[in-house]
Design a protein around this ligand. Structure first.
Ligand SMILES: Nc1nc2c(ncn2[C@@H]2O[C@H](COP(=O)(O)OP(=O)(O)OP(=O)(O)O)[C@@H](O)[C@H]2O)c(=O)[nH]1
Ligand SMILES: [K+]
Ligand SMILES: [Mg+2]
Length: 363
């Protein structure tokens, strides 16, 4: 039996057991066992039980991971925004596994993952940090939840934990072309003036990684750290939205101050404050768009839009409608903000915008 099973067995037994003088010792013992198993689960992970409770299948149009310190209100948010109930309580580490829920917004299914709280040292395996971070890497967005009543340093601590395991938040992938070669030494070029690094440092860094033959082209003024990220090639770049919860506990001036910070949203899960706005910003941050299809002589089908990413072309839309459609494509008519005229005749490379309507004409 795994630890999680043991925990749920004991929890069940506790809830079955009547509380009275006769069961006092029995209950006490059960609680002690429960605490023991819980702390075992939160110890740095041993092999074998690594992913227990974290292997949740990816589903829907996008995946959002809830990251935050214990008891900031992650589970409360999941239970509020989705049909899934995730236990919330005032003690830390109430949540021990990954609990998936689905947000239904603008016709899209957004998978929201409730996770155990993470603490300083999470990346080294404190708490269930490693497992949580492994899930965060698979997400399309990190929703970092913070307690508005606590100090702001929490945000930096969490960011550092994620940074230390190669997760880059709200950063673009450095624009450096890098290719390891079989021979020919190191060819170094740049398309812009470099102020933070020079050829010698690039050589030194590459040699440190035992790379002696490579092509390196800086297309922007990057730092040494950014070059290292590119060499390591295992970094993930994720958008991150900072959500400050429990604003029902702070002054209006403080709410105002936090709400003005970039990429931040203030909410109260308990009082259901500002959650609509949170979903609106989440949608924006996920870069999701809806495209509606239309058959000739019929109105557009607004009931069933296609959920796609910003930047998709008509060709992507064709693939989303049917596997073979792009091959039979003659032209498309598009109504909406991506075109100058409505409708406008466009080709496969035309880029779609949110709420565009498309009619594909086959050969
Ligand atoms: N005042 C206030 N309390 C809240 C709010 N949201 C959640 N809480 C409380 O904060 C406590 C922790 O909530 P949880 O949802 O269990 O927090 P969590 O982040 O999931 O905690 P762990 O799973 O232990 O990491 C509970 O007592 C909640 O009732 C809020 O908007 N305002
Ligand atoms: K909690
Ligand atoms: Mg929780």
């Amino acid at each position: 039996m795994g630890i999680l099973e043991k925990i749920s067995e004991i929890e069940k037994e506790i809830s079955r057991t009547q509380k009275n003088k006769a069961t006092e010792y029995h209950l006490g013992l059960l609680k002690a066992k429960l605490a023991k198993y819980r702390s075992q689960l939160l110890e740095p992970s041993k092999k074998g039980e690594k992913g227990e409770g974290f292997d949740v299948l990816k589903s829907g149009d996008a995946r959002v991971a809830l990251i935050g310190f214990p008891s900031v209100g992650k589970s409360t948010l999941l239970s509020t925004l989705t049909k899934t109930e995730s236990e919330a309580a005032s003690y830390e580490f109430t949540t021990l596994t990954c609990i998936p829920g689905v947000i239904d917004y603008n016709g899209a299914n957004i998978q929201l993952l409730d996770l155990p709280g993470i603490i300083e040292g999470a990346a080294q395996g404190k708490g269930r940090g490693r497992q949580v971070i492994a899930v965060a890497r698979t997400a399309d967005l990190v929703l970092m939840m913070l307690d508005a009543t606590k100090k702001d340093v929490h945000k930096d601590l969490l960011e550092r934990e994620l940074e230390s395991v190669g997760i880059r938040l709200n950063k673009q992938k450095p624009n450096i072309y890098f290719k390891i070669k079989k021979g020919g030494g190191i060819s170094f070029n740049s398309t812009c003036p470099l102020t933070k690094i020079d050829e010698k440092l690039v050589q030194l860094i590459l040699h440190e990684y035992k790379i002696f033959n490579a092509e390196v082209l800086f297309r922007e003024d990057c730092t040494a750290d950014e070059l290292i990220d590119v060499i390591c090639a295992n970094r993930v770049y994720l958008p991150c939205l900072y959500v400050y919860n429990k604003i029902d506990q702070i002054s209006i001036e403080e709410v105002d101050r936090i709400a003005r910070m970039p990429t931040s949203v203030v909410v109260s899960c308990n009082m259901k404050l500002n959650l609509d706005y949170l979903l609106q910003v989440l949608w924006e941050f996920l870069s999701l768009i809806r495209v509606y299809t239309k058959k000739p002589g019929q109105p557009p089908d607004f009931s069933d839009g296609l959920i796609l990413r910003k930047g998709v072309t008509v060709e992507h839309v064709c693939h989303a409608i049917h596997r073979t459609l792009a091959a039979q494509f003659k032209y498309a008519l598009v109504w909406g903000t991506s075109t100058k005229y409505s409708p406008q005749r466009v080709g496969l490379s035309h880029i779609m915008a949110d709420e565009d309507v498309i009619q594909v004409v086959k050969k």
